[in-house]
Write a protein of this length. Structure first.
Length: 229
């Protein structure tokens, strides 16, 4: 195993063991004990969720946080949040782009493989109401900073949603990129110089956004295509 993969595995263990944010620890564990009726026979993950994907990725996809009955249940990013949830919406787009071997993401054992892409989030614990506070985002950012350092092949970042976009800007600045104030706008691409990955913004593929038509499959495909150029 390459040193990069060993380091990513070590980072994953650090993430899983994190208890920095009392509100998030309390919430994720309460949900894991109480469960949703549909999953009452399952054992919830109930811990922070590490990143997932190809260690040699050229594209880094960054979301907000694990879904409370999705990744917080299954233990894998963008996994298990239902047929119309963000995970399957994203995976279908990655599959259409040739970056995933299947269009669905249901469990950690479903055979999903990613090629050239790595999935992560700004916050690693499911937050109440899907809304982390600023302190929680700041506490989690060092994990994303370290991921980008280890994913040396990343040439582009696709930020899913406004909070993820802000987190990505902070990470790029921490690595020395000269990132002026950037406005979040779906499909916008920001080139930050040859020493930095470029940044593309997209609406988050949440059920709310896709069911209202704010984000269509064609729109997500177009944002992904901009990140792959």
């Amino acid at each position: 195993m390459e040193d990069r993969e060993v380091a990513l595995e070590a980072l994953s263990r650090r993430v899983v063991g994190c208890r920095r944010c009392p509100r998030l620890v309390r919430y994720r564990e309460e949900v894991a004990r109480g469960k949703r009726t549909a999953y009452r026979d399952e054992t919830y993950w109930g811990r922070p969720v590490p990143g997932f994907g190809d260690p040699r990725a050229r594209l880094l996809v960054v979301g907000l946080a694990p879904a409370v009955h999705g990744a917080n249940r299954t233990g894998r990013m963008f996994t298990g949040d239902g047929p119309r949830g963000a995970g399957n919406t994203l995976m279908a787009a990655l599959h259409r782009a040739g970056l995933a071997n299947q269009p669905t993401s249901e469990t950690r054992y479903d055979g999903l493989e990613l090629h050239g892409v790595y999935l992560t989030t700004v916050v690693r614990c499911a937050p109440p109401g899907n809304r982390p506070n600023a302190k929680e985002v700041g506490s989690c950012l060092p994990y994303l900073i370290r991921e980008q350092e280890l994913l040396e092949g990343v040439r582009s970042i696709l930020a899913l949603g406004r909070i993820a976009f802000g987190g990505c800007v902070a990470v790029l600045r921490s690595h020395g990129a000269d990132v002026p104030r950037k406005a979040f706008a779906h499909g916008a691409r920001y080139d930050l110089g040859p020493a930095s990955p470029f940044l593309v913004a997209s609406y988050h593929p949440s059920r709310q956004n896709t069911q209202t038509g704010r984000l269509t499959p064609a729109m997500l495909d177009a944002a992904l295509a901009r990140a792959l150029v």
